[in-house]
Design a protein around this ligand. Structure first.
Ligand code: GLN
Ligand code: ZN
Length: 764
């Protein structure tokens, strides 16, 4: 038999983001349930047909989801948290979808007010899944028919048997969270397994041949109990679902120490990610038992670059040599959920740039072409060779001066002139701030009129002069407000920025932007990451115009706002032809030059935001130190071009620092602002235990809701902070930027915050 080509999952949104629009219309009551279902059906059919046309032998179904595939599994296995019981009786008959959306988004209707389930990042992607909630005596039952209906629908549309996709039982449990003490969620396997098996049996009765079970945890660090859970789960499934062909899909990392475990599970096929972890092929091949097949994830499901056929073929040939063609399959490395839909819609990218890329639709064509070449038709190979070689040699990508400068970065470049105590003295003499100085994180409410104006300006409907003068007005008004409120260190409000990464990307060399390159982030939300395609440099000043204008409006210190190199990297599609650390260093040099230019223009305080440092942490613990080393060094390269009396701030809007505190301290920012209000300053303890030496602004109020915090509660938080850290090091600020808030609550909250700082100065 010939090698099979297959896909693990297709983007759900539709190339025009049809699903987003349909869901949001449904939530707003503008369309009914049947209209929502029609859109969903049409999208799925279109995607099935498209995959069939691209030559896929096994086409996934149930990869489609109205919100999230983990939430789908939670509903399938009936793990609905108790608090949604009233929803079930509240919503109309046959309204599984409303219960589902209630779990995803919360339910505030007819006198009920039920919170949504928690959401968190899907491994190291920017996709967020809904976290299953487990009780000690958690029971499961088959509740939803979605997967069974999807199977029938796909079979009907395709005329061939589709491959249903489910999250594997072990990964499903590990993705969840214990909501009670006294048990570990992996122990729930005994309750889940019978239900899980009955779902598989039902699919088998419907005629399913292959079923794909996603088990990405097989590529993570596993405890003994978790490994045992894998052995037990798949032994049971094999026993009870004889004849069903199971494919375990493992992606985002290599199997490493779990290779033997995975190889010996009684399944028909393992899918591995050879883009992320190519070396695992050699480790795994000798371990595979005689009947197990291997699916090679050779086409990158996480990025937008054209596949290098020559390289992929090397892996394919190696695998076929050992296993024989009938035991090898080829596929993208992971679900295509993480790539944009269709490159052919990018009519504004020039031909050369387009010739370097492939989006979801094109990636399947690549899988097909790889098979063609393998079978002896060499015609796609030559074109691909040319495209790969052209990209490798393009002078749009390679800037010798940038490469030379990056290679020449020294340890000295990554260090401020003097150590923090000396800098603190100089800065305190220069700025003469009171104890508990007040500031904000940068952005102020970005109201619809500003967004609309920007949209009109981009379309050329508004002149540069009109646009800039409106921005100046908004900036000046915000500065006056901050003066009135009595804030000590002001910001300009970031009105000229659409997004903190895109804004810089648009001004840096080496970045490209797509028109339709949307990727699902959570639910109906999509992001459109910039593409870093070449060596990064800064042809001109980026933020000086607005920062200088802002400083000219006030005598108080104006804090300039830059986005840090790691965050710019993390929130973009990055080049795959050099290490991420190198790209980050290039960005760092550009940000460093901008900081120096700001300093030369008389700006004394500069904030370099790095909210994404933590999310860049590698999935395997053993790799984390190396990542943090280069990430922190890149930040320091960006921050260390300025004089000792220039105060560098950084900001991180999350809360877990325990395991990385030493690295955070090594960033050596003069001031760090972090999110703490929701944890009641608890997470400051990590800083206290570490004896964090530099200045720190623990957020005193949560900006994620319109609620206006009282003065007293903020004073109390400051008292707590003062117990943990030296007084002279403490700042007062909100948790994060105010971009998504409205003006009235912003004004009221900051007014109270300044009062709280004043009270703290007297009291503490
Ligand atoms: N300066 C940015 C702002 O205020 C920081 C946002 C962030 O860290 N997420 O919006
Ligand atoms: Zn933030």
């Amino acid at each position: 038999m010939r090698m099979l080509k297959h896909n693990l999952g297709y983007p759900r949104m539709g190339a025009q983001r049809q699903l987003k629009k349909a869901c949001e219309s449904y939530w707003q009551g503008r369309i009914g349930r049947s209209e929502l279902f029609v859109t969903a059906k049409r999208l799925q059919e279109e995607h099935w047909q498209l995959q069939q046309a691209a030559g896929m032998d096994l086409i996934p179904c149930n990869d489609f989801s109205f919100y999230d595939q983990v939430l789908d599994a939670t509903l399938l296995f009936g793990a609905v948290p108790d608090r949604y019981a009233p929803v079930v009786t509240d919503v109309a008959e046959n309204a599984e979808i409303d219960l589902y959306f209630a779990m995803a988004r919360g339910y505030q209707q007819r006198g009920l007010d039920i919170t949504a389930m928690e959401m968190t990042k899907w491994f190291d992607t920017n996709y967020h899944y809904i976290v299953p909630e487990f009780k000690k005596d958690q029971q499961f039952r088959l509740l939803s028919n979605k997967v069974f209906n999807a199977f029938d629908a796909a079979k009907h549309t395709l005329g061939v048997t589709p491959k249903p996709v489910l999250i594997g039982p072990v990964s499903y449990l590990l993705l969840g969270k214990e909501k009670e003490t006294g048990f570990r969620r992996i122990e729930l396997l005994k309750n889940l397994l019978p239900v899980y098996i009955s779902a598989l049996q039902k699919l088998q009765e419907q005629g399913a041949v292959w079923v794909q079970l996603d088990e990405p945890f097989l590529a993570m660090d596993l405890s003994e109990a978790e490994k045992e859970a894998y052995r037990h789960a798949y032994a049971e499934i094999a026993k009870r679902c004889k004849g069903l062909k199971l494919m375990l899909a493992i992606y985002f990392e290599g199997l490493q120490d779990n290779a033997a475990l995975a190889a010996n599970l009684p399944v028909c096929c393992l899918h591995i990610d050879l883009v992320r972890a190519p070396l695992q092929l050699d480790e795994l091949l000798p371990l595979l038992p005689p009947k197990t097949s291997l699916s090679l994830g050779v086409v990158d499901g996480r990025n937008i670059w054209k596949n290098d056929y020559e390289l992929s073929l090397k892996y394919i040939r190696k695998a076929v040599e050992v296993l024989g063609e009938d035991r090898v399959m080829i596929a993208p490395s992971c679900s295509l959920l993480h790539t944009p839909a269709d490159l052919s819609l990018e009519t504004e990218l020039d031909d050369e740039m387009r010739s370097w890329m492939a989006f979801a639709k094109q990636k399947l064509e690549e899988v097909n072409a790889l098979n063609e070449i393998f079978q002896g038709n060499n015609s796609p190979l030559e074109l691909n060779r040319q495209a790969i070689a052209a990209r490798a040699a393009s002078d749009r990508i390679h800037k010798p001066a940038v490469k030379a400068r990056t290679a020449g970065i020294t340890e000295k470049d990554a260090q401020r002139e003097s150590a923090f105590p000396h800098r603190q003295q100089l800065q305190s003499a220069r700025f003469n701030l009171p104890l508990f100085p007040t500031t904000t994180i940068g952005s102020f409410p970005q109201t619809d009129d500003i967004r609309q104006l920007r949209a009109q300006w981009r379309k050329g409907q508004v002149t540069n002069e009109q646009y800039e003068s409106a921005l100046e007005q908004a900036t000046e008004k915000t500065i006056r407000l901050q003066e009135e409120l009595g804030l000590d260190v002001l910001v300009h409000g970031e009105f000229e920025r659409n997004d903190m990464v895109e804004y810089f990307g648009e001004m840096l060399e080496g970045f490209a932007f797509t028109k339709n390159g949307w990727v699902q982030s959570y639910g109906s939300r999509c992001v459109k990451p910039p593409v870093i395609y070449g060596d990064v440099s800064r042809p001109a000043d980026m933020t000086l115009r607005w920062t200088k204008f802002a400083q000219s409006c006030t005598k108080r210190p104006m804090k300039a706002m830059l986005t840090g190199p790691v965050t710019i990297l993390q929130w973009s599609f990055v080049r795959n032809d050099q290490p991420r650390s190198l790209t980050t260093d290039q960005i760092a040099l550009a940000i460093r030059d901008e900081a120096v230019a700001l300093e030369n223009a008389g700006i004394g305080i500069i904030q370099i935001d790095e909210p994404a440092i933590r999310e860049g942490l590698p999935l395997r613990k053993a790799d984390r130190d190396a990542y943090l080393q280069w990430a922190v060094r890149s930040f320091r390269v960006a921050a260390s071009g300025v004089r000792d009396d220039t105060q560098v701030h950084t900001h991180m809007c999350y809360s877990e620092f325990n395991d990385i505190i030493a690295h955070i301290a090594a960033m050596d920012a003069d001031v760090i602002t972090i999110e703490t209000s929701r944890s009641q300053m608890e997470l400051l303890e990590a800083f206290a235990d570490f004896k964090y030496p530099n200045e720190i602004g623990p957020g005193v109020y949560d900006i994620h809701s319109p609620r206006v915090p009282g003065v007293e509660e903020m004073v109390r938080l400051l008292e707590k902070a003062a117990e943990l850290l030296p007084l002279r090091n403490l700042w007062v600020n909100p948790d994060c930027g105010l971009k998504t808030r409205k003006w009235p609550e912003t004004r009221a909250a900051l007014e109270n915050m300044v009062l709280a700082a004043r009270a703290a100065r007297e009291k503490i």
